[in-house]
Design a protein around this ligand. Structure first.
Ligand code: ADP
Ligand code: ZN
Ligand code: ZN
Length: 797
């Protein structure tokens, strides 16, 4: 038997499977989707079996054998293998990257394979017993001959588990003590009178004949130590085994179950449409303003899917995966839910993933990569906040979760729901064309009015001599809320808002020595840091350019706002939420919980707080500057601004108290701002579509971004130039090829970045041309120290 294996070798020029022979004793076990260790050159590397076959075009006698099978149950099922192949073509990535992205990081790490005994020795089939005698696990190497038997016992029951042991991935195990069933043995045993501990435990055993108990629990109940337990085990009075267990990442263990709400008429209409298509591959765009009850619809359709015995994936952007969201799902579906997000440790993620693979859960709530949940009977996929750019992975494989969702929906014949208050232009355009079915919710579920939004012209404030970052109106409104014991959320956009260090005499801005980007001042550490390469240095006392001493911090980071805020409302209790305050695990949750419990008056933060917050006492939202996203050099700048303002506003007045929103801006007349004020999505869509058409951007054109990096500027530019010439000779005349040009941030970590753009409507040769480009890169440019990245449909350019 021969295995086709995709090997994990960085940037090998050939991206195709290699043939390996499968040793005889592994033949019964090998299946596509399993990980293997194979010899490659003079190393042993990780690989994935993608296919098994009888013959090879190469001389079978010269094929190298698979060194080791790493799995007993494939980590990738046939659907995943097919999807990886499609992803490779779709995103122009290496197949190995597509395969690896689908499994938890724990399974990509270095490992040692072990077979762990999960039950008392007596329950094992006779031939296996001697191998496990006096030890709880068997190393893979020791197990080669027993593989078939081991696999059978694993698949049939829970007697043995296969685990990957590495620092992060070690399967969590608890020691179980099984007390002998034989009272006679217990009575007959000879324990010396001075062995008090043993006598104590013996007495306990006699009262608990035949019981299986967790070792730590036993120690507690019997009041003895572990060595004492082992003493009696040696005397044959009990057996010890390891039981696999899951880590419990949620601090929300005891959540009471809650039933569904009675749907409003509008919700019902949307629900009915989806329900009627539950066994079809079909994409719905659920366009509902914030608070219109989209989540309730998700919950009820999932319920329906579960009733049919199927499974559901619910994707949410990382930042909106708040404890509140998790609670809502656990309330409805209890233990049937697995939660996957970046806050989990590798081990915790691995545990959640195994629950899915073993069909122990039916629903997954998770960020982008949860789209690869290995369900086999999928009935529904939901992308909440479908417009979020975090659904696109920004390094290889550069896949978009939406594309993957639609691919899986075709595979499983199940619907996809894309939900948003502010759909991406791409999705809305598809709904207009009838590719997606549009469902609309125009009112808030509890009929609360939308918050009143006021736009404040900051130029006017300047004219009146107010140089503070708080307008008079906003400052008054904050004070008023605090007097009424209501809560305030203040939002500032991190990008463009970091504090840089500037010389007031010569205008020098302190730059990173490795990157073309200014350094950010961090007050807590008194350091200037580069957010791209991690470089940091102390603030100089004199300007390195002109030796002036007039060096000061500019811009307004969250810390700076906090200081100014203290002047506007002295004594107010402020919680700050930004990258600095949420670095530690669980910090995010802690801040939100504290705010929810009313331990602070004001929550001040970056985009992290724009979503998911659902606290009844928030009656005021202030946006300190709406302009920061608007002036990004990005074709989506207006779209992002509109989305952000809508999201942020949605945090106010979600319950009984009416909400108001103040938006400060230096360009208050911009359509993204004026139309977001009244949540006029359609007029915004129309106006923005006209802009996109005029400037040749999505959804009218598809875009591909090709970027080179190199230590030497001219080399990077040269490859980009060569690429432009090649593309021009190959692609159709209607396709626009733009560049080469230096990237927006032209140097990062001392590597220069050069890029070119392709804009096309129809380009049948594109895939082929991209493959050709990669081939040139892998055979020539890579050896000269260049990197190439190809981004199909970038979220921003
Ligand atoms: P969205 O996901 O669109 O922001 P949610 O589903 O979170 O909306 O609903 C907003 C609020 O309205 C929540 O507090 C939710 O409990 C409530 N809600 C939703 N649907 C109903 C309903 N049919 N009846 C009563 N309350 C509802
Ligand atoms: Zn200077
Ligand atoms: Zn840097």
């Amino acid at each position: 038997m021969i295995a086709e294996v995709i090997v994990d070798v960085a940037a090998h020029p050939i991206d195709r499977p290699f043939d390996y022979a499968i040793p005889k004793h592994l033949e019964v076990l090998a299946e596509p989707g399993m990980r293997v260790k194979v010899p490659f050159g003079n190393r042993k590397v990780l690989g994935f079996i993608t296919n098994l076959k009888e013959t090879s075009e190469f001389d079978p006698a010269r094929l190298k054998p698979v060194h080791e099978l790493m799995d007993v149950v494939p980590v990738l099922n046939p659907e995943m293998l097919q999807m990886a192949n499609w992803m490779k073509k779709q995103t122009v990535c290496f197949e190995i990257d597509a395969l690896k992205v689908m499994i938890p990081a724990a399974l990509r790490a270095k490992y040692e394979k072990r077979f762990v005994l999960n039950a008392p020795l007596e329950e094992l089939p006779e031939p296996l017993r001697p191998h496990f005698k006096n030890k709880p696990f068997l190393r893979a190497q020791e197990a080669v001959e027993l593989y078939a038997l081991l696999k059978k016992e694993m698949v049939n029951g829970t007697i043995i588990a296969d685990t990957d042991i590495s620092q992060q991935t070690a399967v969590k195990k608890v020691k179980m003590v099984h007390i002998t069933e034989s009272l006679e043995t217990l009575e007959a045993v000879d324990v010396r009178a001075n062995a008090k501990q043993q006598l104590k435990l013996l007495a306990f055993f006699r009262k608990n004949v035949g019981r299986t108990i967790e070792a730590s629990q036993l120690q507690k109940e019997a009041g003895v130590t572990l060595p004492t337990v082992y003493n009696l085990v040696e005397k044959g009075l009990a057996t010890i085994s390891n039981m696999e267990s899951y880590r419990d990442p949620s601090l929300l263990s005891a959540i009471e179950k809650k039933g569904s709400l009675k749907l409003t008429d509008a919700q019902q209409t949307a629900f009915d449409a989806i329900e009627a298509s539950l066994n079809k591959s079909k994409t719905f765009l659920l366009h509902g303003i914030t608070g219109s009850g989209k989540t309730e619809i998700y919950l009820q359709t999932i319920d329906q899917v579960l009733k049919e015995g199927k499974e559901a994936i619910m994707l949410v952007p990382e930042i909106s995966l708040t404890p509140q969201m998790t609670v809502r799902f656990k309330e409805r579906f209890g233990d049937m839910v697995a939660v996957l997000h970046s806050g989990l440790s590798a081990g915790e993620k691995y545990d959640e993933w195994r629950k899915i693979q073993r069909h122990e859960v039916k629903v997954v709530v998770g960020a982008r990569s949860a789209i690869f949940a290995p369900f086999e009977n999928l009935g529904l996929i939901i992308l909440d906040e479908e417009h979020e750019s975090s659904y696109k992975q920004d390094d290889s494989p550069r896949y978009h979760a939406r594309d993957m969702a639609i691919w899986r929906s075709e595979f499983h014949n199940c619907p996809v729901i894309l939900g948003s208050a502010t759909p991406s232009l791409e999705s809305y355009a598809r709904a207009q064309k009838g590719v997606y079915e549009l469902l609309v919710l125009e009112q808030r579920a509890k009929n609360q009015p939308l918050p009143s939004v006021e736009i404040i012209d900051m130029r006017e404030e300047l004219r009146r001599g107010n140089r503070s970052m708080f307008s008079v109106q906003l400052a008054d409104a904050i004070r008023e809320r605090l007097e009424r014991k209501e809560q305030v959320v203040l939002f500032l956009n991190k990008r463009g808002y970091s504090s840089f260090v500037l010389c007031r005499d010569c205008g020098l801005v302190m730059q990173c020595p490795n990157c073309d980007i200014s350094l950010t001042y961090h007050r807590s550490s008194e350091l200037m840091k580069c957010h791209y390469c991690g470089h940091d240095e102390p603030v100089p006392h004199t300007c390195p350019e002109c030796t002036s001493e007039h060096i000061r911090f500019f811009g307004t980071g969250t810390q700076k706002v906090e200081e100014e805020l203290a002047k506007v409302v002295p004594g107010a209790r402020v919680l700050r939420m930004d990258v600095d305050t949420t670095r530690n695990k669980g910090a995010h949750e802690k801040i939100l919980t504290a705010f929810g419990e009313g331990k602070a008056d004001i929550l001040l933060g970056t985009q992290m707080i724009a979503k998911g917050l659902d606290f009844p006492n928030i009656t005021l939202v202030g946006v300190l500057s709406a302009d920061t996203t608007l002036h990004l050099p990005d074709f989506r700048a207006a779209e992002k601004t509109y989305q952000l303002l809508t999201q942020v506003s949605g945090r106010a007045g979600r319950d009984k108290l009416p909400g108001s929103v103040f938006v400060q801006s230096y360009t208050p007349e911009h359509y993204a701002i004026t139309l977001a004020k009244d949540q006029l999505y359609e007029p915004f869509y129309d106006q923005e579509m006209a802009m996109r058409r005029a400037s040749g951007y999505p959804p009218y054109y598809y875009v591909v971004n090709i970027q080179f990096t190199h230590e030497d500027l001219m080399t990077a530019a040269g490859y980009a130039e060569q690429t432009v010439r090649y593309l021009t000779s190959q692609l159709s005349p209607n396709t626009l090829i733009i560049g080469p040009s230096a990237s927006l941030i032209a140097r990062v970590n001392n590597r220069y970045r050069y890029q070119c753009l392709i804009k096309y409507k129809k380009e049948p040769k594109l895939a082929e041309v991209m493959q050709q480009l990669i081939k040139i890169y892998r055979t020539e440019w890579i050896k000269k120290g260049a990197t190439l990245s190809i981004d199909m449909n970038p979220t921003s350019v």
